[in-house]
Design a protein around this ligand. Structure first.
Ligand code: ADP
Ligand code: MG
Length: 444
């Protein structure tokens, strides 16, 4: 029987003042493959261990198939865990490792038929008589999976099971895990810090940051409708381009988003999405453009919804099937360490914030744009980026293109931006557009 797993406002604190999991609510359907995704230390393993019963729940409630389960001992939860570090008994053969939990569960029964069936399913029949030391990393992880599967548990809990493997093997096992769990139809909670793994495996992906759930949705939804800058920047490679923008909405002219030396002119009549931007008039926003939102083409080739920019080629990354072109468009990257950091920084005292007497700050204050809550410090251009920020990559806009387009460093190239793929976030990092109403097939 696969089972439904529900967390209601679940919190965990190892020390008095820091909640490593903070009021997490999540409903996992029977048979669902849910991925918990987030940077190292965001509380993923803790959540998994609370579901398994290996860690006490401080606050909140866990329901297994609708029944209150906080105090249920791990052995009564009927779940199998697979860890990153294989965790096989070194003195046992694969056969005994796989059979071990079966022997514990039903001491009288012969585990052989189940062990053999599991080995066949995983294609490890010829490894059954070897000891862990005689197996490669991938083989060991297959045996560990075998041990989890043989018990026919009602849920799999997998904690970064592929992290210790090389990239090629990881991809292969990823496909195998996906196929296997689907065939078995067993509810699976899979923890990873690797966004591409999350996107390729999950029915849904739950993104955690500093113990707080940021968003949960299908891979398609979290990619197309990230709820905030953190999710947008964490998901997708190359990382989304984040630029400083200033919304201008004159009463007598077209609305634009200034990107420094160039601007995006929003086509009239304004889409519903872009109408939402009108209230941002005079404010700084964070513009997000994924590398596929921009193409190399002349303004005359513009389709509806595309606007022109130009970019200077600064760097080329050849990837075989595609080339990533780093352009300088005269924009300023939005360096938003506060919004992208694994854990939000504690709020600074309001008094100190007010003292920052930049012109922009005063303008913003006058525009009434200063809202309560943590405000992103948009990199104020000429200042060097803070030491904690990622090293700057060349250019301010990375665009994907096919290798057949011949480009050289220093070339000035015409670009078209597809405004249907324009993301705008406010200074708190929350998404303003796109508005989900425009993407009816994506639930939020
Ligand atoms: P993740 O799996 O996302 O990397 P974890 O759930 O392991 O994160 O840890 C979340 C946070 O809790 C981290 O800051 C970690 O240092 C802390 N932590 C984990 N286990 C313990 C523990 N037993 N005692 C104290 N702190 C812990
Ligand atoms: Mg972990």
């Amino acid at each position: 029987m696969t089972r439904a797993i529900s967390l209601h406002d679940v919190s965990k604190a190892y020390t008095r003042d820091i909640r490593v999991v903070d009021r997490l609510s999540l409903d996992i359907a029977p048979g669902e493959f849910l991925v918990l995704l987030g940077p190292s230390g965001c509380g993923k393993s803790t959540v998994l261990r609370m579901i398994a019963g290996l860690e006490d729940i401080d606050e909140g409630r866990l329901f297994l198939d609708g029944e209150y389960g906080n105090e249920l001992p791990p052995s009564d939860r009927d779940m199998a865990m697979v860890f990153q570090n294989f965790a096989l008994y070194p003195s046992m053969t694969s056969r005994d490792n796989i059979g071990f939990p079966l022997r514990i569960e039903s001491p009288g029964a012969d585990p052989a038929p189940r062990v053999d069936a599991t080995a066949r399913m995983l294609g490890i029949e010829d490894l059954l008589d070897r000891f862990p030391a005689q197996l490669s990393g991938g083989e060991r992880q297959r045996v560990a999976m075998g041990r989890a599967i043989a018990r026919h548990p009602s849920a799999f809990l997998m904690d970064e099971p592929l992290s210790n493997l090389d990239a090629k093997l990881r991809n292969r096992l990823r496909a195998e895990i996906s196929q296997l769990t689907r065939e078995l139809g067993v509810t699976t909670v899979y923890v990873t810090h690797d966004q591409s793994e999350a996107m390729s495996l999950g029915d849904r992906v739950a993104v955690l940051r500093g113990g707080v759930l940021q968003q949960v949705g299908t891979p398609r939804t979290v990619y197309a409708l990230p709820s905030n800058v953190f999710v947008a920047a964490f998901i997708g490679t190359p990382r989304i381009n984040l630029l400083r923008g200033l919304v201008r909405a004159p009463l007598d002219g077209a609305m634009t988003i200034s990107l420094g030396k160039q601007f995006l002119r929003l086509p009239e009549p304004l889409s519903l999405d872009h109408q939402l931007l009108r209230v941002q008039q005079g404010r700084e926003v964070i513009v997000g453009l994924r590398s596929e939102a921009v193409r190399i083409a002349k303004p005359s080739a513009a389709r509806t919804g595309e606007v022109a920019l130009t970019g200077l080629v600064e760097h080329l990354e050849f990837q075989g099937h595609e080339v990533l072109v780093h352009f300088n468009t005269g924009s300023r990257p939005a360096v938003v360490p506060d919004l992208e950091a694994p854990r939000p920084r504690p709020e600074r005292p309001a008094r100190r914030r007010r003292r920052e007497g930049t012109v922009l700050h005063r303008l913003r204050e006058r525009a009434g744009a200063l809202r309560a809550g943590p405000v992103a410090t948009l990199d104020r251009s000429e200042q060097p980026a803070p030491a904690s920020a990622e090293p700057r990559v060349p250019g301010d806009l990375i665009v994907r293109t096919t290798p057949d387009i011949r480009l050289r460093h220093g070339m000035q190239v015409p670009l078209l931006v597809d405004l249907a793929h324009l993301f705008v976030f406010d200074q708190q990092g929350e998404r303003i557009c796109p508005n989900p109403a425009r993407l009816p097939d994506l639930e939020e």
